[in-house]
Design a protein around this ligand. Structure first.
Ligand code: GTP
Ligand code: MG
Length: 199
């Protein structure tokens, strides 16, 4: 799929304030600093569409971006960001879970996981929570530029083994590096396929 246009559309504090349009949307979620905003910029060929930062906790709102005037990409705050106050954390957590529970326009979520990490409880719990709530998702392993091909293969194998403890069928898995601009085609083709069946 060609990205012909990608524009900022709306920032919302909570699900209730999100756009009322009925366009399909794809949400990017994962731990703080995993590279959600960078990936959105990379796949839309932009530098500053989504705000990025080397310090975790940059994205604090539910951000909608309008793509090709027909669908939305949604950049969400990261989960598991420890350096914020307890009440703030609760607020983030609630805005994220509300979004996933209630947002009818959501077609599928991408859970981003740093390819260098071994399976973390917080990610596995979130994956389980999405599955329990019947929210379609796939996984993107990010920052592949930081490892060698062999290291990536080992990490993937290890992660799949962990997932296989709970699931017979694994979700779609993608690899990406925003630094090296890799993974874009696979992710966009996947979205395009779904869009073609619904738009
Ligand atoms: P929050 O909004 O805080 O939840 O973070 P985020 O998940 O949106 O992460 P963001 O895109 O802001 O990136 C966090 C840091 O990781 C930045 O310093 C990025 O430059 C870096 N980064 C993101 N993607 C990659 C990648 O593919 N490779 C490398 N080497 N660094 C990356
Ligand atoms: Mg972000």
């Amino acid at each position: 799929m060609q990205i012909k246009s990608a524009k900022f559309y709306l920032s919302s504090q909570k699900e209730k304030d999100c756009p009322k349009t009925i366009m399909p949307e794809y949400a990017f979620i994962g731990r703080s600093n995993v590279g959600k905003s960078s990936l959105i910029n990379m796949i839309t060929n932009q530098n500053k569409l989504a705000k990025t930062s080397s310090t975790p906790g940059k994205t604090q709102l539910i951000n909608h971006f309008l793509i090709n005037n027909s669908w939305h990409i949604v950049d969400l705050p990261g989960y598991g960001y420890a350096k914020t106050s307890k009440s703030n954390k609760k607020h983030f957590q609630k805005s994220i879970t509300d979004y996933f529970k209630h947002r009818k326009q959501l077609v599928s979520a991408f859970i981003l996981i740093d390819v260098r990490h071994s399976p973390l409880k917080i990610d596995l719990d979130f994956i389980l929570w999405l599955a329990t709530n019947k929210i379609p998702f796939s996984i993107i392993f990010t920052k592949t530029d930081k490892l060698t091909k062999t290291e990536i293969d080992n990490k993937l194998l290890n992660y799949k083994k962990e997932l296989e403890k709970n699931w017979e069928i694994l979700p779609e898995i993608f690899l990406s590096s925003s630094k090296k601009h890799s993974g874009k085609e696979d992710i966009l083709n996947y979205i395009d396929k779904i869009n073609q069946s619904i738009i």
